[in-house]
Design a protein around this ligand. Structure first.
Ligand SMILES: [Mg+2]
Length: 369
């Protein structure tokens, strides 16, 4: 099989509700963003797809970068030679280009699954066919809003809830206490500070959520503060989950493992360079008996790719669902849903196994490359 072309269609996602996930990154009004559909075409009538982008910011020049920088190196290659292609694309790529490499890699896996007539997780070698999901809050406007959301999720069968707090230490602890009291001691709660604290605040809040029996403590310190994380991990007993950022490939995790700076590794197919890259990191983590907790993918097709990855590894406990749906689910007809027991199930159609809403993309098309 040969790749014959790489195309990108940019479309507009309208009416995204105001959302905030980190202290300094928020939208106050309903808005639009540009998304991209990446298509890798082959001479065997199989096309691989990926989505590029998310609800919080437009894709900028990412579509052009795919076509101008990466297309020439892809056309004529065998799309099943994923490892060779990934090594070539990623050897001089850091930071932002991992996004494009991720999209290309996901589309190649989609081709491979379709060529083999099996879902991607089967092609990788499945470990399971379902996994528990946790709901991941946005930053909400009041303590009561967190309590209400957690209670409503619990009532609907969800088994775990992760708090993204306003990142004001005293208020953050107050929110955690209120939610813990509302859902009860046995309900699973996680906490994600999104890199907001200095060391003293990280200890202060970490000890509080540890005492409240939270399941993990995610990204309290800046994403490059390995030294701070080493000190923090020695002081706290609650598992630390770092490494969701920056956008880097598998080798960037080495100092975190070598320095014992985190209990779990994190990553997702969107920013860490695709399924190929995440699979390497997950397997590396496994050799150290560490979990690789997969981060949400930022868009519907990336989340499907994340789900396939999780189905094929043992050392990930949860599938992350970032709320609200209106800012996360877009462009897919049969998007991933959590069942009444809080589980998500493996897609069972070939490739990514998701039905792309081509009508919606065509209707909102901005340009095509
Ligand atoms: Mg996080």
């Amino acid at each position: 099989m040969k790749i014959t072309d790489v195309k990108v269609t940019v479309w507009k996602w309208d009416n995204i509700p105001p959302t905030q996930y980190t202290k300094d990154f928020k939208s106050l009004e309903s808005r639009s963003t540009n998304m991209a559909l990446v298509q890798i075409l082959t001479d065997e009538d199989i096309t691989g797809y990926a989505f590029l982008g998310h609800s919080m910011a437009s894709i900028g020049y990412n579509a052009q970068i795919i076509v101008e920088r990466f297309r020439p190196g892809l056309v004529g290659k065998d799309p099943l030679d994923r490892e060779r292609i990934w090594q070539n694309l990623s050897k001089w790529s850091l930071g932002g280009t991992m996004l494009q490499i991720g999209a290309i890699d996901i589309a190649l896996w989609d081709i491979a699954g379709k060529a083999a007539n099996m879902p991607i997780h089967k092609l990788m070698g499945s470990y399971r066919n379902k996994v528990p999901a946790y709901a991941s809050s946005a930053i909400l406007g009041s303590t009561q809003a967190y309590v209400d959301e957690a209670l409503s999720l619990k009532e609907n069968g969800w088994t775990a809830y992760k708090i993204h707090p306003p990142a004001e230490p005293k208020l953050d602890i107050e929110i955690c206490k209120a939610v813990r009291q509302a859902v009860g001691d046995d309900y699973r709660l996680m906490f994600d500070a999104c890199w907001a604290y200095n060391y003293n605040d990280a200890i202060y809040v970490g000890q509080a959520v540890q005492e409240m029996g939270f399941y993990w403590y995610e990204d309290p310190l800046p994403c490059d503060d390995v030294y701070g994380y080493v000190r923090l991990k020695k002081t706290l007993s609650i598992p630390i989950a770092a490494t969701e950022l920056p956008a880097t490939g598998p080798k960037a995790y080495a100092p975190w493992i070598m320095n014992q700076a985190t209990d779990y590794l994190r990553g997702d197919v969107a920013i860490k360079g695709g399924i190929t890259s995440c699979l390497k990191t997950a397997h590396t983590a496994e050799t150290f008996h560490m979990n690789y907790e997969v981060h949400h993918g930022g868009n519907s097709l990336n989340n499907a790719a994340n789900l396939h990855l999780i189905m094929a590894i043992k050392n990930c406990e949860y599938f992350e669902v970032l709320l609200p749906d209106a800012a996360q689910k877009h462009g897919i007809v049969n998007d991933i849903e959590v069942d009444s027991n809080g589980m998500v199930h493996a897609p069972d159609s070939p490739g990514l196994g998701m039905e792309i809403d081509f009508d919606l993309i065509e209707k909102n098309k901005v340009f095509e490359l």
